[in-house]
Design a protein. Structure first.
Length: 280
């Protein structure tokens, strides 16, 4: 099974947010349902049971898509991995872990992006090759080991010992800075960002990318614009303040599959799409 990193799934909207740090430590208190708490402790009805199953199914769809995306990026032929893929085993392992976590009321686990492909890159030997005046990075080999992932998760577990001090003194802007650095540093690995830069680059200065030789400039920019439109819709749902609107996020992710398969080919030639999708 590939070393696909996992992270916890939480919704910070329903957590207590401290003023200066998200690491505020508050001991959990449990209260039984006595005569005075009958109004607060309502029994679970059949409707609430069905609703929870529907919401769980929506989240499971998101986990399914994210696991496949992370696995496909890790198993990219450009990474030159030698061990075989294990898509079904990855999903089965994640499902079993989440069943156990659900019983104990703990946060769920799911495939982590963009940490998984960055983890592969960190274990890779990379050479730089100059082609037509442009520097191109080529992965020579990757040290395929589970040891680094195991050590990283052990360190995450040990970080619980740092609650409440000193984690509560870490400012939120510092955490946002780390996430922003991870996002920016991983942009160069995505073809979408590469094609966005082509939209503001003179055609005579285009780098020697394989799809540029096969696809007309108009088709490349049209495909990029359609992807940016889909990305804008996803960002709009993600940053929306309406909770019920955010629930549509997994459905939009799933809808991208038929959009790519049936709608986009009506605007761009299928051979051109094959060349554009072939890089990743």
């Amino acid at each position: 099974m590939r070393d696909i990193n996992l992270e916890t799934f939480t919704d910070t909207k329903y957590e207590m947010q401290p003023v200066y740090s998200p690491f505020q430590y508050t001991p959990m208190k449990f209260h039984g349902c006595d005569e005075a708490d009958k109004k607060a402790c309502k029994p679970i009805t059949a409707a609430s049971f069905i609703t929870s199953m529907a919401l769980g199914f929506i989240v499971s769809m998101l986990f399914f898509v994210e696991a496949n995306v992370a696995a496909s990026m890790v198993n990219n032929p450009h990474n030159k991995l030698k061990k075989g893929s294990a898509y079904h085993l990855d999903l089965l392992t994640t499902a079993v872990i989440n069943i156990i976590l659900s019983v104990f009321g703990l946060p769920w686990m799911h495939a982590c992006l963009p940490t998984s492909p960055m983890h592969v890159r960190g274990l890779a030997d990379i050479e730089e090759k100059v082609e037509l005046g442009y520097v191109k990075e080529i992965i020579v080999s990757v040290r395929e080991t589970r040891l680094t992932t195991l050590i990283a998760n052990i360190l995450v577990f040990l970080s619980l010992l740092l609650i409440p001090v000193p984690l509560q003194y870490i400012p939120i802007p510092a955490l946002y800075g780390v996430l922003l650095f991870i996002a920016i540093s991983s942009l160069s690995d995505f073809q979408l960002w590469e094609r966005v830069l082509l939209m503001v680059t003179e055609q005579t200065l285009y780098p020697p990318i394989h799809y540029i030789r096969k696809v007309p400039q108009k088709a490349v920019h049209t495909f990029t614009a359609l992807q940016l439109l889909q990305l804008g819709v996803l960002c709009g749902l993600s940053f929306s303040g309406i909770a019920y609107l955010k629930m549509l996020f997994p459905f939009i992710i799933i809808a991208l599959i038929p959009i790519r398969k049936f709608l986009i080919p009506k605007a761009i030639n299928e051979d051109h799409l094959e060349a554009l999708d072939g890089s990743h």
